[in-house]
Each structure stands twice: as structure tokens, then as C-alpha cells.
Design a protein. Structure first.
Length: 105
């Protein structure tokens, strides 16, 4: 069944990537994006996005830089992925596949 114009697309019940990965893709695409906008794009609350960004920062996957009154996020793309099945891959490989930018390195 085709959807008509103006109908919102329902969110899928599950996706292949975690919210952590979605946030890193958002940051790779736009490092100056506000946390509120990241949360909206990922489809989570701002508080959940804040928690995930904090976890990524604690684990060294991103660095938060203060630029004026805003934050800029810098990904540490040479870090390995965390799951044992993917540990032999780097974050840069994932972002090369998913981010809109031509190069995240």
C-alpha cells in the first residue's frame, strides 16, 4: 500500500544500528549539531542523547570541545568497534559506509 502525501512514516520496531551508532553518524555529518537536534534525528529524548554522548566521551570515542556557547564534537575514528565480532574494525570504517561526508578521517 502506498502512502499519500503528508502521511508520516512510522518508525521501524528495530534497526540494524544502535542509537550510539546513529549519534556518531549525526556527529560525523555535522560536528556542530546541537544535542537537541541529534536527539530529534535519532528519534530519542534529549536526555537519552546526552547520556549516550557522555558514554561515548567517557570511552574515548568522541571529544567535546566548547566553541563559544556551543559544543563541537570530534570523533576519535581510529578507535576499534566494541563488540568482539567487530573489534578488528575501526570506527572510521563504519563511518565511511554510513556518514554523508566523503571522508571522516
Amino acid at each position: 500500500m502506498e502512502r499519500g502525501e503528508g502521511q508520516e512514516q512510522a518508525r521501524p520496531q528495530w534497526t540494524f544500528l544502535t542509537n550510539h551508532a546513529h549519534i556518531m553518524v549525526c556527529i560525523a555529518n555535522e560536528p556542530d549539531l546541537r544535542l537537541r537536534d541529534i536527539a530529534e534525528r535519532v528519534g530519542i529524548t534529549e536526555r537519552a542523547a546526552q547520556d549516550i554522548v557522555g558514554q561515548l566521551e567517557t570511552e574515548g570515542y568522541l571529544v567535546r570541545e566548547r566553541v563559544g556557547r556551543r559544543n563541537r564534537y570530534v570523533l576519535t575514528v581510529d578507535k576499534p568497534l566494541r563488540h568482539p565480532l567487530e573489534r578488528h574494525h575501526r570506527l572510521s570504517e563504519l563511518l565511511d559506509l554510513l556518514a554523508d561526508r566523503e571522508s571522516v578521517r
